[in-house]
Design a protein around this ligand. Structure first.
Ligand code: PMP
Length: 384
């Protein structure tokens, strides 16, 4: 076995079907979507089609979809665009949001805004009673991710959005990891804003979208041309937009077959790790989780060491805790979930995707078993 990619939550390859749909827009159909001539009109038709594909996937109207450079931009835009113009200077987010939300509100906090974090339980599920309690004071926006990128926990979004709606507080969800795996309908679920990214679902990198319910007031992001309904100026990246549209449509078309297969592999991998390796803890909710997410803590050893040794064996994984300049930085997501420091240092995320095979999982678990044994035999804690 040469190389095994187990990091589909970080990014995916661009599928052949997606790439094929993009190619004409680099060459023959290269027009600027804002131009009035035939070349421009053809490009604009392709952009309109992609907008419709994305709107359809989440139950929105195409006029509610704004293309961005990715979910980071979409998340920055919605937080700044809603909170800065609101009378209330208070924003609520879950304690396990992606850094593109976490750091955006941290910046607002430094400017004097009030930021509060909704508690999560040991599985990463947000506390409804804490949300209700924190909504007793005025609030500009609530942002809770549909599914967590690190531990894969999927929230009960419908419950959260209804609580916000009843109190008249706009609700945003970062659905970057969830799209294609979790059912989303923004109208049925009363979602006011939602962020997406293409490169997590076999589309190209550097393109994403923000859904904003018609009627929700959001400040404009980029001053310039009239693109994106005059809210985000700049020549549209037509090939990437087309690829994103195809990727979303394909994800919806194939979701039931793909998700069932990936979920079966996930259950197999979790079971193999739990039976073959001692002192492991599954992080995230056991069932209410993304089909392809497997996240474990290995007692007594550091995730960073496991990651590097797996990499030497040709296996690509990810760790929540990153070692920077000799000091071990723990995962704030696991910390918020109440994971003990000795387990927080040793977490590894394996993420399974469309091309993952059972053989790859067998190879990975085999390598993991011997790496964990070797590291534990060197560790002063000796908890093999
Ligand atoms: N939110 C979540 C939950 C993510 O997993 C990611 C990607 N790691 C992002 C936002 C950022 O997406 P992008 O790479 O498109 O900026």
């Amino acid at each position: 076995m040469n190389k095994v990619y187990m990091d589909f939550a970080a990014t995916t390859f661009t599928s052949a079907e997606v790439l094929q749909s993009m190619l004409p827009y680099f060459t023959t159909e290269f027009g600027n979507a804002a131009s009035q001539h035939g070349f421009g009109q053809s490009a604009e038709r392709a952009v309109a089609r992609a907008r419709e594909q994305i709107a359809t996937a989440i139950g929105a109207h195409p006029s509610e979809i704004y293309f961005t450079s990715g979910a980071t931009e979409a998340n920055n835009w919605i937080i700044n665009g809603v909170v800065r113009r609101s009378a209330s200077k208070r924003v609520l987010i879950s304690a396990i949001e992606h850094p593109s939300i976490y750091e955006t509100v941290a910046h607002l906090k430094r400017e004097g805004f009030t930021v509060e974090y909704i508690n999560v339980d040991r599985d990463g599920i947000i506390s409804v009673s804490d949300l209700i309690h924190k909504l007793s004071k005025p609030c500009a926006l609530v942002s809770v991710m549909t599914a967590n990128n690190e531990v894969g926990t999927v929230q009960y979004i419908n419950t959260i959005s209804q609580i916000c709606e009843q109190r008249g507080v706009p609700f945003h969800t970062d659905a970057t990891q969830a799209i294609g795996s979790v059912y989303i309908n923004v109208k049925e679920m009363s979602i006011d804003a939602l962020s997406l990214s293409s490169h997590k679902l076999y589309g190209p990198k550097g393109i994403g979208a923000l859904y904003v319910r018609n009627g929700l007031q959001v400040d404009k992001l980029l001053h310039g041309g009239h693109q994106e309904r005059n809210r985000r100026g700049g020549t549209q990246n037509v090939p990437a937009i087309v690829g994103f549209g195809t990727a979303v449509e394909v994800a919806m078309r194939d979701s039931s077959v793909n998700n069932a297969r990936v979920k079966q592999l996930r259950e197999y991998m979790i079971n193999q790790i739990e039976t073959r390796i001692k002192n492991v803890t599954l992080n995230g909710h056991r069932t209410q989780r993304l089909p392809g997410n497997v996240n474990f803590s290995f007692k007594g050893i550091e995730g960073e060491s496991i990651l590097m040794m797996l990499d030497l064996a040709g296996i690509a994984v990810s760790t929540g805790s990153a070692c920077s300049s000799g000091t071990l930085e723990r995962s704030y997501v696991l910390e918020a979930m109440g994971v003990m420091p000795e387990l927080n240092n040793g977490s590894i995320r394996f993420s399974i995707g469309r091309s993952t095979t059972k053989d790859e999982i067998d190879y990975t678990v085999g390598e993991l078993e011997s790496i964990v044994k070797r590291l534990r035999s060197m560790s002063p804690l000796k908890s093999s």
